[in-house]
Design a protein around this ligand. Sequence first.
Ligand SMILES: N[C@@H](CCC(=O)N[C@@H](CS)C(=O)NCC(=O)O)C(=O)O
Length: 202
Amino acid sequence: MKLYGNPMSTCTRKVLTVLAEKGREAEFIHIDLQKHEQKSPAHLARQPFGVVPALELDDGFILYESRAIARFLDRTLPGPQLTPRDDRGYALMEQFMGVEQSYFSGPAMKIVMERFFGTHNEENIAKGREGVKRPLEVIDAELAKRPYLAGNDFTLAEVCWAPYMEYLFAVGEKDLVAPYKNVMAWWDRVSNRPSVKKSHGR
Ligand SMILES: N[C@@H](CCC(=O)N[C@@H](CS)C(=O)NCC(=O)O)C(=O)O
């Protein structure tokens, strides 16, 4: 199994977290985003939108889109299940994966990119900060009721939120998250998980 990705990429990190949870390694093929290797014909043949990650199985089956890869690996690899078996837990996991994708990662990455690339456009940062407030407020209320987004266990919902949370802290935005006490406690649990540490290069 080959994983075409970049260790700094949030979407690659989701896949690496699932692999780490399952105790599996894929052959990691480094795609250099600075050199635009993701736009090369060879990579476009496996990921038609020219981004990472893409997964290639030994029989040639290729899959892209990080959340689809995460769900696929969770279904097919032995090891701890990252998808709740009960219907409501499953639905909550999907709901919070949707919240991450629709409302959280966009504004979070707006801040991260400005800080990461040193452009520091304060207008963009302010928009990003405003944007992450509502999703953080929403999950804070949910996390008052249970330790993880979908119930008592770490699931693919945490897998998907973790890379963006990690970057918010890494670029010095702890103050943005700090008012949400349940989010802080949850992030302490999630960020200290060995699979999350490993996939985020800690
Ligand atoms: N929806 C895609 C998004 C992938 C994506 O945006 N990947 C970023 C890195 S996290 C990338 O390759 N960026 C390089 C580029 O846009 O050229 C997924 O979930 O896999």
